[in-house]
Design a protein around this ligand. Sequence first.
Ligand code: NAI
Length: 343
Amino acid sequence: MPIFLLGMGKPTIAILPGDGIGPEIMDATLGILAEVGFEAEYVTLDAGLGAVEKGLPAMPTETIERIREIGVALKSPTTTPSGGGHVSANVALRKALDLFANVRPAKTLPGLKGPFSDKNVDIIIVRENTEDLYAGIEFMAHPDVAQSIKVITRAGSARLFEYTFDMARKQKRKKVTVVHKANIMKLSDGLFLEEFYKAAKNNPDIESDDIIVDNCCMQLVTRPEKFDVLVTENLYGDIISDLCAGLVGGLGLAPGANIGKNCAVFEAVHGSAPDIAGKGIANPTALLMSAVMMLHHLGYHEIADRIRNSVLRVCADGKCLTIDLGGKATTSDYAREVVMAGK
Ligand code: NAI
């Protein structure tokens, strides 16, 4: 459980400032939280390139243990080199803390212009976070043949679906759709699908159905408003959640939460955006909305709603938007506007 008791002082929150635009959007987010009167004990921890440069692993054991102890973390993106280099700090963290469900809401923000702004998108993607091709079992079977093993377990699937139906009920959602490719991967995705329908049988108050991943992608860009909660495997979820972020205005707006039994780590869907790092122009909304999810998790619903409403007002007004949303505002201009919108 998180280190705090309601009504008995400030919560303790682990902070991972991350790489690239990470520290910039973290400063903006914590600044907004402070301005709206949220007080916490922040414990800043190493991760990513910063840790590697100190001779530590990208996700140091000390960081993992502190998050385990504290129970709640707000994390900025960390850089992972493609091909060689250090292993992903995220994958290491999710595995070590068994953060099995990655929850990524994608909701149309009124007022924002984009190719899908006339659609009423309101989807929650729940992505399995520890198994599948991300289990990290890769080897060279031969100098010219690389193999990656896809792992789907009955227990891992069952707990994901149990969490998803429970979350759907709490958030007053009507339907859960499982996304798979069981027509081709008959054993792995077949097992995933089988466990889904077992869970669906135990949750008859919520509608359930399934869709093949390629058809799902096509329907997401033609009729996104028909989807409610999507639950899927790690790789499909990684791709689909970026697609859904694109439906509602881009990566700068997409928040997320990694949920485990005793720990939760809140982070934006996007990466460290090295192309714009250090320029002060990153959009902090995705991390800020991840912090809003964290505030709900900690029971600070009123402050969470206030921040969300301020973001909605600034976006609808359209006068102070960051460059990714077609505006000219810097990260700090935007953060100031969000604070003002709440006054
Ligand atoms: P990315 O998400 O960092 O960037 C993709 C594009 O979106 C870029 O043009 C970037 O400028 C833009 N963008 C992303 N976030 C933005 C924001 N808040 N405001 C404005 N524009 C934004 O993806 P990319 O380039 O594939 O990955 C860069 C690094 O991030 C890689 O090392 C990757 O491994 C890492 N990464 C880390 C994640 C995490 O820590 N959770 C998640 C995804 C990627």
